[in-house]
Ligand binder design. Structure first.
Ligand code: BTN
Length: 318
């Protein structure tokens, strides 16, 4: 089916059912069944009498064969779903069954998308990027695995910059635009005492969500690329940029450790330099976010002058 996708990319050409059948060595009825399957999976296929078929918006199609990032590890294998419970949950199932380093799992819609701290993640079919990357960083000590969150945040941030969007990174995992949530990262890891067995980078980005796609209770909290830019963006183009950026940061990190990106994270981190409220050892504290440690922890000075390194949890800016 990649022929259908490539053909339509070249100046929105139509491909006739007969030509596709010939090229693929299948019947016209089989071609029609494929087209119905593609439609069912969420892609809009335009049919014109005597001309044939074309994808309505090739730049927005996320199916296998359409997404072609120039990467070395991330995206080497790729799984697309029209709908799934959660791409992170599917990543765990794939790991259990044996999968390749760098596998990307993407869905048009998630019925049980998960955020951090047991929260739900809002997915809207065809409007966002909801995907997970499976990594096997065998070299990485388990106490440094959390660095994959700021690494991912910087990688996504740089890709969004190429689309004219400058995001703020709220420690540890939020992508914000003018204080509203544009995306988030859910890192799930498993390991032994000294090494990471697997890491799943779950990434959700509100790409083409319009105001009416957002429930009223989230209206003041959530934003999207389309809301910021005033126009929709091709999700395939954005996904390819993100995968390329993540692949490049991840490979540099594998060779050179956190020095390869942590200063970038520091300069993009919106939390640093602010008064914050946070939970630590079962109590609520107020303090001041002083900086980011080499392992990604947030260095905080508490009201009573003590300094501590926050490694997980939520912080609220005061
Ligand atoms: C957060 O902000 O709390 C993290 C949100 C992460 C959401 C993404 S969407 C793709 C992947 N699959 C999930 O179930 N969650 C992550």
């Amino acid at each position: 089916m990649s022929m259908l996708i490539k053909g339509s990319e070249q100046g929105q050409r139509y491909l006739s059912g007969g030509d596709m059948a010939k090229a693929l060595g299948i019947t016209r009825a089989a071609v029609w069944k494929y087209i119905e399957a593609i439609r069912k999976d969420g892609a809009e296929v335009v049919a014109a009498p005597r001309l044939g078929y074309r994808l309505a918006d090739p730049e927005d199609v996320l199916m296998k064969g359409a997404v072609m990032p120039a990467t070395q590890i991330i995206g080497g294998s790729y799984q697309y779903y029209g709908e799934i419970d959660s791409t992170n949950s599917e990543a765990k199932r794939r790991i259990r069954d044996g999968c390749q380093d760098g596998l990307v799992i993407i869905a048009e819609n998630q019925t049980a998308g998960r955020g951090r701290m047991g929260r739900k993640w809002l997915s809207r079919p065809g409007k966002g990027l909801y995907f997970s990357v499976v990594l096997f960083p065998a070299y990485l000590p388990i106490d440094q695995a959390a660095l994959l969150v700021p690494l991912t945040a910087v990688g996504v941030c740089r890709a969004l910059e190429e689309f004219g969007i400058q995001v703020d990174l709220k420690w540890p995992n939020d992508l914000l635009y003018q204080g509203r949530k544009l995306g988030g990262i859910l890192l799930e890891i498993s390991g032994e005492a000294d090494r990471v067995r697997y890491a799943i980078l779950g990434i959700g980005i509100n790409v083409n969500l319009a105001k009416e796609d957002v429930p009223p209770e989230l209206a003041d909290i959530v934003t999207s690329v389309a809301m910021i830019k005033g126009e929709e963006v091709g999700r395939r183009l954005l996904l390819e940029k993100i995968l390329e950026s993540l692949d490049s940061y991840y490979r540099r990190f594998s060779r050179g450790g956190s020095d390869t990106f942590i200063n970038e994270y520091r300069s993009l981190c919106w939390t640093v330099g602010r008064s914050i409220r946070f939970e630590w050892q079962g109590k609520i504290w107020d303090g001041f976010a002083q900086g980011i440690e080499a392992d990604g922890a947030l260095r905080v000075q508490t009201e009573n002058g003590d300094t501590l390194a926050l490694r997980s949890g939520d912080v609220h800016c005061l």
